[in-house]
Design a binder for this molecule. Structure first.
Ligand code: DGJ
Length: 558
């Protein structure tokens, strides 16, 4: 039987009250609110229609940005249970002839997104796409005098455009601003488009920077004081030119500054027209092993130059990693490096192989505002070996299963993430267990490869084996604090066992009440059943059919 929980009153008295976060009169009243990124004490929320919004996103393949292809995109987004489609809009597509603009794809995209009740994250493929100008119009790509390519260290010409020329930046900016004027005109009230990515994976391969005479002259100019102040001990001197101040890192830092300044100019002009939140995505530098600039995209917003972007590009709200290395140590390290008090975590891209899906849990636990796996459409294109070899509903399923569990509570989760506390862990490659400190009063242990019944120590030789398929790491758990003793919990192929924290010494642990249920479209908790007995005696066990629990913890005097 499905009915209203006795905890509904508690929820509305506490942090999560239906009217404040969900559809209904307040949402209507707030419908004209611009999407925006808000920050409080280093915690972030993407506000959409006046309330925190969690982007459960899916990104289409690069060449799916034409009306004829959209009917192969929506079924994948629906199977995924995504609430946001991430879609490129290319410079070559909107300005094939200089000064003549064509927004027919944008019009169709916005119309169809509304029909599918899905929000849009629009990627601007301007002068930079995977560092190169492939999506710039022919009149840009073919005119290397007006739009110069950068010079490699050996004097040869790079494939990439230099960010140091006003001609390139002004032309790119003009197209981007026209795009924003158009989005404002067609969507300024409804806010189907909620966030923008100006440029795509900036940086350069094969060089650390532009080595042209113009660039060399700029390298000899003084480094801006604000940058020196921000870089702390990485600035070798309190003043001087780029080589003086940054020594061996000068080339990469100069190129990062140049690209960040280029993107800032474009983003600022766009915001002056229509102030949507913005982010830049990054082709990653290995977070665990040394690499030379140019073997990765030098000058892009890699983890080592985030401070440069923060100084040079205040109108870029978020610096966001593209994660295509599945190893759990590196993945977790990258999430840690991009989750900073001055940077909201957004997984701008990740691979579409099933083993990436579990990283949704760590992203949620790090107060992520969104998660965006790449290559979600049924065009038949796949980016193997980064993603799956073939792509269809079976490959969408690992992501769709998790999104289906989280989607109904996405607004509730986003509000708790912003205003309360959240935790989340993904199964490590070695399946090892993880301990959580839930703020002093409570702890939790998360384990993988467990049966739902019994303790592993009952079967030390593992005669019963492991659950089917559990050799491939895919589990995870996410926990949000509703009040001091009540937590919202979901998970996949994982066991969570709560315990008493250091703040309650000498107390014995009790699971006071474990409710399974879901949130309705107004944000009310809808009770389905109580878990007890076998279902709670060996921790709370999430299977391959994730559910949502509200868990109340208590103690007794031992
Ligand atoms: C990262 C880029 O941002 C995407 O557009 C795409 O090219 C992927 N790499 C690879 O499929």
């Amino acid at each position: 039987m499905i009915g209203k929980s006795p905890w509904l009153a508690l929820a509305c008295a506490g942090l999560v009250c239906a009217g404040a976060t969900h559809a209904g009169p307040k949402r209507q009243a707030a419908a004209n609110d611009m999407p925006r990124l808000v920050q409080k004490d280093g915690r972030y929320a993407l506000m959409v229609d006046g309330a925190p919004f969690l982007m459960l996103a899916g990104q289409a393949n690069n060449s799916s940005n034409y009306p004829a292809v959209l009917d192969k995109v929506w079924p994948a987004i629906a199977d995924m249970h995504a609430n946001t489609l991430v879609m490129p809009v290319a410079w070559e597509q909107i300005e094939p002839v200089e000064g003549r603009f064509d927004f027919s794809f944008v019009d169709e995209l916005v119309k169809q997104a509304r029909a599918h009740d899905v929000r849009l994250d629009v990627l601007w493929f301007g002068a930079y796409k995977n560092t190169g100008p492939s999506y710039a119009p022919a009149w840009v790509k073919e005119d290397n005098t007006r739009f110069p390519r950068l010079t490699n260290k050996d004097g040869s010409t790079s494939y990439a455009l230099s960010p140091l020329y006003d001609t390139t930046r002004e032309a790119d900016k003009k197209a981007y601003v026209e795009l924003l004027k158009h989005i404002k005109a067609i969507d300024g009230q409804q806010h189907t488009v909620i966030i923008l990515q100006p440029e795509n994976e900036v940086g350069v391969y094969g060089a650390a920077r532009d080595y042209s005479q113009k660039a060399n002259d700029l390298m000899n100019q003084p480094v801006p004081d604000a940058l020196i102040a921000k870089m702390g001990s990485r600035a070798l001197k309190p003043a001087g030119n780029w080589h003086d101040v940054f020594g061996d890192d000068a080339d990469e830092y100069f190129h990062a500054w140049s690209l960040a300044s280029y993107a800032e100019d474009i983003a600022r002009a766009g915001k002056a027209v229509y102030p949507l939140p913005t982010y830049m995505n990054d082709a990653l530098k290995d977070p665990l092993h040394p690499q030379t600039p140019g073997s990765y995209a030098s000058g892009g917003p890699t983890w080592n130059v985030l401070d440069i972007y923060k100084v040079a590009a205040p109108d870029i709200d978020i610096l966001a990693p593209d994660l295509y290395s599945p190893g759990s140590d590196g993945y977790e390290k990258t999430l840690e490096l991009y989750h900073r008090p001055d940077n909201a975590l957004f997984v701008a891209e990740t691979g579409n192989k099933g083993l990436y899906a579990r990283y949704l849990f760590t992203t949620l636990g790090r107060q992520g505002i969104g998660f965006d796996p790449f290559g979600f459409d049924y065009t038949g294109y796949t980016n193997y070996p980064l993603g799956e070899k073939t792509f269809g509903p079976d490959q969408v399923k690992p992501f769709g299963t998790l999104y289906a569990a989280v989607a109904p509570m996405a607004r509730t989760w986003a509000k708790l993430s912003y205003e309360s506390q959240v935790w989340g862990v993904s199964e490590p490659d070695d399946h090892s267990e993880q301990d959580l400190d839930l703020g002093g009063r409570w702890t939790a242990k998360v384990q993988y490869r467990q049966w739902q019944f019994g303790m592993p120590e009952w079967d030390p030789e593992n005669k019963n084996g492991y659950p089917d398929g559990s050799d491939v790491p895919s589990g995870g758990v996410a926990v949000a604090r509703i009040d001091d003793d009540t937590f919202l919990v979901t998970g996949y192929k994982a066991r969570i066992s709560f315990g008493v924290g250091a703040d309650q010494p000498g107390r014995g642990f009790i699971l006071d009440r474990v409710e399974e249920g879901h949130y309705d479209d107004k944000g009310n908790w809808v009770f389905e059943r109580v878990w007890n007995g076998d279902e709670t005696d060996y921790g709370l066990n999430f299977t391959d059919k994730p559910v949502v629990l509200r868990v109340k913890l208590a103690t007794y005097q031992k």
